[in-house]
Design a protein around this ligand. Structure first.
Ligand code: ADP
Ligand code: GLC
Length: 477
């Protein structure tokens, strides 16, 4: 089958979080199952691997009431059946750093930028004569895709395509004032609360995707259930319950080429299930990189967007008590100012035990996964989470809050592979850290935990086949 996959970020070209990882790996998994896949994404100014881009000779022209938007379509071939297409536009993407915003907040023209991506993706498929069976959109940035498919592309070559919309994070909805309806020439009859784009008198791009797609998916079975509750539904739980028969929870996988401790170019030494010796070399290097003295004490690592979702405030609250014990904490993250400042203050207060690197640093994130003994993810909510799976693969025991995809991937208990805690509370996190210290004090048990984690298969194979089965079902409807 032909699959058109649309995402606002695609690793390795662009990435702010797990969406980029998934958009890099899932299309590759589908291509390896024999499908022809085209991924469509913006041509941001700062793109890794930009030298790989080639002109396709085709370009877009979209007419909006405020004027015309146009730009060339570029392409990078990844494999025989997989190509990534980039939509270039000097005014929307080419003129700034950052994907969604900068220090001043979200970009004011995000509605135009991602309308261009969503409508432009469909026009690009037509221009390149790629007739998709399935159009797979992801998160609010592509919420207008299924709307455009029904209103604008319903008579052309895309008329028979089925649409799938994946929720990677329900909390980010892309809400804009209702004047955006006129600005983007969206028909006003779509501005209804019951079965349209309206949400509390504003336009909600995520809701557009949820209402108009043929099928919905989210990135873990537990999160699929959670988002149907008022506590985690962000106002959209009613709609999701209404569409529950169309909503599937499919767990993300790990890109096993990118994340493989036996063959990871970012590490000073490689290791695997048969021989874990290299992990100790990584730990020494990790401590050195954070300016900490070599020590046999356990190292707790984190790699995270610094956002409310991730519970880094809880970590900041709990760590001063935890640091009475002989342990080290190292991590890399970037995001909200108060959390960045909190981490720097913690490092200043415990310079011999805490190392923090603020920024987005993929190389360092690999070293943290490899060199740490434990990996901290105290998330308030977590649709899937990838880092805990990377940790398991790297023999680093994850300490996670029992929520969303973390429940579906980490096994607690005495013969598990990780440590789970329930309450979003300092005392629960501290108890989990104490359990980790007890495990660390028992090397043979720690070794068993590590091995059970490393033995797990989180590759995309199984999940890719689940998407494939869903696509087949849709095509048969
Ligand atoms: P989310 O998408 O909610 O941020 P995930 O666990 O699904 O969470 O994915 C996060 C991805 O982003 C992982 O690949 C992780 O390694 C990466 N990442 C997050 N923060 C950083 C950072 N500061 N530096 C490097 N990589 C990061
Ligand atoms: C989102 C979620 C994260 C998930 C990722 C990829 O960013 O926060 O839990 O792993 O998307 O699906």
């Amino acid at each position: 089958m032909n699959v058109l996959f649309i995402s606002s970020e695609v690793a390795p070209f662009s990435k702010t979080g797990g969406l980029g990882d998934v958009a890099g790996a899932l299309p590759a998994a589908l291509a390896s199952l024999g499908h022809d896949v085209k991924v469509i994404t913006p041509r941001y100014r700062d793109l890794r691997g930009a030298e790989r881009l080639q002109p396709t000779g085709q370009s877009l022209l979209l007419r909006f009431p405020f004027g015309e938007l146009s730009g060339p379509i570029l392409a990078a071939r990844v494999s025989e059946r997989l190509e990534v297409l980039f939509l270039e536009n000097a005014f929307l993407f080419g003129n700034r750093h950052g994907l969604y915003g900068d220090a001043g907040g979200a970009f004011a023209d995000n509605h135009r930028r991602f309308a261009y991506l969503s409508v432009g993706a469909l026009q690009a498929a037509q221009r390149l004569r790629f007739i998709p069976d399935i159009i797979h959109a992801n998160d609010w940035q592509t919420g207008l895709v299924p709307v455009a498919l029904r209103r604008g592309f319903q008579t052309g070559p895309l008329a028979h395509a089925k649409s799938v919309f994946t929720i990677h994070n329900l909390a980010y909805q892309g809400q804009f004032p209702k004047d955006v309806m006129g600005e983007l020439a969206l028909p006003w009859d779509l501005f209804t609360a019951h079965d349209g784009l309206e949400f509390h008198d504003a336009v909600n791009f995520l809701k557009a995707g949820l209402v108009f797609s043929d099928a919905l998916t989210t990135v873990s079975p537990t999160y699929a259930r959670e988002i149907q509750t008022p506590e985690q539904g962000y106002g959209l739980d009613g709609l999701l319950r209404h569409r529950a028969h169309r909503l599937h929870g499919i767990l993300n996988g790990v890109d096993t080429h990118e994340w493989n401790p036996e063959d990871d170019a970012f590490l000073p030494a490689r290791y695997g299930l048969k021989d874990l010796a290299g992990k100790a070399v990584c730990k020494r290097e990790l401590l050195a990189r954070f300016g900490l003295e070599d020590s046999p004490a356990p190292v707790f690592g984190f790699v995270s967007r610094l956002a409310w979702q991730k519970g880094m405030d809880l970590l900041l609250e709990a760590l001063p008590a935890a640091l009475h014990a002989d342990l080290r904490v190292v991590g890399v993250g970037s995001g909200e100012g108060p959390l960045e400042e909190g981490l720097l203050a913690l490092q200043a207060r415990y310079p011999k035990q805490v190392g923090v690197h603020l920024g987005f640093d993929p190389a360092l994130s690999h070293l943290v996964e490899a060199g740490a003994d434990f990996f901290l993810m105290p998330s308030r909510y977590e649709p899937c989470g990838l880092n805990q799976m990377y940790s398991l693969r790297y023999g680093t025991v994850p300490i996670v809050r029992a929520t969303g995809g973390l429940v579906d991937t980490v096994e607690g208990g005495l013969d598990g592979n990780g440590i789970l805690f329930e309450a979003f509370h300092k005392s629960a996190l501290l108890a989990a850290i104490r359990r980790a210290l007890a495990l660390y004090a028992d090397p043979s048990r720690l070794d068993e935990f590590r091995r059970r984690g490393m033995e797990k298969d989180f590759s995309w194979g199984a999940s890719g086949r689940r998407y494939e089965a869903l696509f087949h079902d849709l095509m048969a409807e």
